[in-house]
Design a protein around this ligand. Structure first.
Ligand SMILES: Cc1ncc(COP(=O)(O)O)c(C=O)c1O
Length: 256
């Protein structure tokens, strides 16, 4: 059941909080916002469900997967193993960070197979962008063995599989970083939105900087912040995050 079918009073209340202050921006403006921090609340809800140490909300699942790849150290000239059965955003994200997507076989899970990954490895392979399809998950035990044996960076595109788990570990948390989509068609929606999860603090900090033009987010004055890296505007607005908060709270209790 897509989250859009559960849109109701809870979403409207969260949006109303934002409209009551007019602070649509996720950073700063502490005095004006009347304690409403919707992007932070959205991240907290995602962490509660998945057990992730860090979560970072962004403008889409596409920007979240691109950020996950970049923050995991994948870049120009690297080969990244990807499934041919996915949404095009996965491939675009790999290309967008300057890497080369290399297709490998999927199996009955509808996700990359361990054997497929093994056969696609070359001396230039830096990582695997595993996609968990249709609310399900890949065969993680066999995939983790190949990833660890070959010292590959694992990034998970769980755009379609938010809140799915395998032997108690949630999608996105097997490798360096992972991402969920909260677009209009997903399990939970923010209208448009994505969330990156990771258990690695350095990857989280890089993601936070990268998705906001490299801002280091240190200090009270945005105009005085440093830009240790070059990034892009992949920020989520407080209005979208507000919808994400209400929707994510419904995931645990949704019928069907
Ligand atoms: C597997 C997968 N990854 C990424 C995306 C992109 O998400 P978004 O539409 O939020 O950019 C989608 C969207 O359908 C998807 O299915």
């Amino acid at each position: 059941m897509p989250g859009t079918e559960l849109f109701g009073a809870e979403e409207r209340k969260e949006i109303e909080d934002v409209l009551s202050t007019g602070v649509l921006f996720r950073y700063n403006h502490d005095a004006l916002r009347n304690s409403h921090w919707k992007a932070k609340d959205f991240e907290a809800e995602v962490k509660k469900i998945t057990g992730a140490k860090f979560a970072h909300a962004m403008s889409s699942g596409s920007t979240a997967i691109a950020t996950a790849l970049a923050a995991s150290g994948i870049g120009t000239g690297d080969e990244v193993i990807v499934p041919p059965f996915t949404y095009v955003a996965t491939i675009e994200a790999v290309l967008f960070v300057g890497a080369l997507p290399v297709f490998a076989e999927v199996d009955e899970t509808l996700c990359l197979s361990a054997e497929g990954i093994k056969k696609a490895i070359t001396p230039k392979t830096k990582g695997v962008c595993l996609v968990h399809m249709c609310g399900g998950m890949a065969d993680m035990d066999s995939i983790m063995k190949v990833v660890n044996d070959h010292k590959l960076i694992l990034v998970e595109d769980a755009g379609q599989s938010f809140a799915s788990s395998y032997k108690g570990v949630y999608t996105g948390l097997f490798g360096k970083a992972g991402s969920y989509s909260f677009d209009f068609f997903k399990i939970a929606t923010a209208g448009e939105g994505g969330v990156l999860v990771t258990n690695d603090e350095a990857t989280y900090k890089l993601s936070d900087n990268y998705s906001d033009h490299g801002h280091d987010h240190v200090g009270e004055k945005r105009g005085m912040e440093q830009h240790p890296i070059i990034g892009m505007n992949y920020r989520i607005s407080e209005l979208h995050a507000a919808v994400g908060v209400a929707q994510t709270r419904k995931v645990g209790s949704a019928p069907g």
